[in-house]
Structure formats: C-alpha cells, structure tokens
Write a protein that binds this ligand. Structure first.
Ligand code: MG
Length: 338
C-alpha cells in the first residue's frame, strides 16, 4: 500500500485555553492510503500531552514505509493488536490515522458507510456538546451566544476564577452544561466542587484530579454526587479494568487509543463494567471527527466539536443538526475536501 501524508495548519476561531495551556492553531497530518486504487483518508493530530509531536509523527511514518502490506483487514489487525501496535506504541495518532484510513477503504470496497459495516443505526447518534474554553468574561459571553445552535455546552474549568465564569454562563443560558477540569483540582477541591456543581445542575465532571492520583480518584468516586468521567486516566482498553473504581465513565478519543478499532474495544471494556461511555476528541479537522462520529451510536455522551472550533476546516463530513450528529451516508468515512 502506498501512503502519502500532508501537513496542514488550520486556524482556530478563538485561542482555546484549558487548565494546562492554550492553543491558537491546529497542526495536523492528513494520511492518504492507497490500496489497489482505493484511497482511504485518515488524520494524525499528535497530542503533546501524550508525548507526540509533529516530528514524532514524521519519524514514525518514515520508519513505516515498507511495512504497509497485506489486505486492508490484515493491516488493520496488525495495527490494532499485532506487531505494528507494539512498534507504534507511543504513536497513537499515527495508528489512529492508519486505522481510520483502512476503515475508509473497507467501506469504499463494500460500498457501505463505516457505521453500516459496524451494523450501527445512524439515527442513534447522540447530541454533541460544544466546548467553551477558558477566556475573559466578555469573550466567554460571546462564545456562549455564538453556540446558540448547540443544546449542550462543555465548560473548561480547573483554573482560579473558573466558578465566576461558570456562573456567568449559567446566568446567560439555560442549557445543560458539563464540566472538564483537565486534572486541575486536588481531591479536597474536587469533592467540594462536585457538591457545588451538583447543586447548580451540572451534568458531570470530566477528569477533576490528575490521573496519577488514583487513590484520590477512588475517594472522589465514592463521595461525588455527580458522575466522574475519566479522560486523561484512560488511553488503551487495558486501562479500563484498573480505573473502573476511579470514575463512573470513560472518555474515549481516537488520538489517545489509536483509532476506531481500539475505540470499539474500549467501549466493550467499559460496558462489561457498567461504566458510562463518552466519545471525545482533540482539536481535529472533520476527517478524524467524522471517523469518531461513525461509532457514536454506541456511546452515552459525545463531545465531538474539535472541527467546530476551527476557521476554515479543509474537510466536510459529519454534520450537526439540533446538536445531534448527522452521519454521512457515502461509502467509507464519507469525508470530502471542502
Ligand atoms: Mg477532557
């Protein structure tokens, strides 16, 4: 198989600030994988938090050049669980890009959208939340107004003054709000916040405490009146068992786990343990967001808004109508150039 990669720079509508930093543009790679004349598209958006970078993606792709052989199904298995899983263990975004490109190819060969290959009902997609990054009160007001079409908001918290911003948003809109602290609180703050946020009608809290503080997360799970969704704690399917007493649910992202195939395994592991499942994303174009959306009928919560925060997304794929994800019916991922 022949792989071509294209490096893209896409601007964000607003700088996106969370508890541990700010991002003003998205640097990402589009993978085009050709299997006997059928081209699949994928995206590798390397998350620095998980140790990936532009350079690490380029190095991994270089080392792969003569390894992409066999049928699309065989190659997909080698990347998800075979020897390429090991070799690319610290390159989840590269695995994700290849995996979604291979699903795209398999769908195009069978002339079916990916959700149909997986026997999922496209009418069962959840609503997606729209994320409001940390910003000045005036900018937060503007973002909330601009998100008028979305019924669900996700507020980034975990920095001093975050409650003032949340109260401002609550006063401005009657929408359902979920909160993501991105590991910004200690256990005492998290317990107190879970009570306060519960009284304010917040839906759930994502990763309030650093993922290394497992005992603190266990304590919080016991005491929190709100569901705790683990994000930074959960990367691979193997993490779910170890973390199942640390939260009420898990947030799956293709760039953390390595694509659609491991994401399906994560859903299965979570369901075995009666955990809620959320499907999230990094800042990504519509390529990776659409790939994730194809499995969204399986999950309880979706936060697939990375493409909605961009100005000039170069791709078109999944849509949003009344907050609900609308899957493309074309074969494969159904992604095209804008
Ligand atoms: Mg999160």
């Amino acid at each position: 198989m022949k792989l071509e990669i294209e490096r893209l720079l896409v601007r964000l509508t607003y700088p996106f600030r969370i508890a541990r930093g700010v991002q003003t543009e998205l640097e990402t790679f589009i993978f085009s994988l050709d299997a006997d004349g059928v081209t699949g598209i994928g995206e590798a958006c390397p998350p620095p938090y998980y140790g990936e970078s532009i350079e690490s993606v380029e190095a991994a792709v270089k080392a792969l050049s003569d390894r992409l052989h066999g049928s699309p199904q065989e190659l997909k298995d080698r990347i998800a669980t075979g020897e390429l899983r090991k070799e690319l263990s610290s390159h989840a975004s590269v695995r994700a890009a290849l995996d979604m490109a291979l699903w795209d190819i398999l769908g195009k060969i069978d002339e079916k959208p990916v959700y149909e290959l997986l026997e999922l009902d496209p009418t069962k997609t959840p609503a997606t939340s729209f994320s409001i990054g940390i910003d000045s009160p005036e900018v937060v007001d503007r973002k909330v107004d601009e998100a008028a079409d979305y019924h669900l908001l996700k507020m980034k918290m975990g920095v001093p003054g975050d409650m003032v911003l949340l109260d401002r948003v609550l006063a401005r809109t009657g929408k359902t709000i979920r909160v993501d602290a991105n590991e910004g609180w200690d256990v005492e703050t998290a317990i107190e916040m879970s009570r306060v946020l519960s009284e304010k009608g917040i839906e759930f809290i994502e990763q309030p405490i650093h993922h290394d503080n497992e005992e603190d997360l266990r304590t919080l799970k016991r005491l929190s009146p709100l569901p705790i969704i683990l994000d930074e704690s959960i990367i691979d399917p193997e993490d779910v068992g170890r973390c199942s007493d640390q939260g009420h649910g898990i947030n799956i992202k293709l760039m953390k786990c390595g694509g659609i195939t491991p994401a399906l395994a994560l859903v299965e592991e979570a369901r075995k343990r009666n955990l809620k499942v959320m499907l999230g994303c990094m800042l990504e174009t519509s390529v990776a967001i659409t790939a994730a959306a194809h499995i969204s009928p399986l999950v309880d919560y979706a936060d697939l808004d990375g493409n909605l925060l961009l100005t000039g997304d170069p791709f078109v794929g999944v849509g949003v109508q009344n907050s609900k994800l609308v899957l493309p019916a074309e074969p494969g991922l159904g992604v095209t150039r804008a």
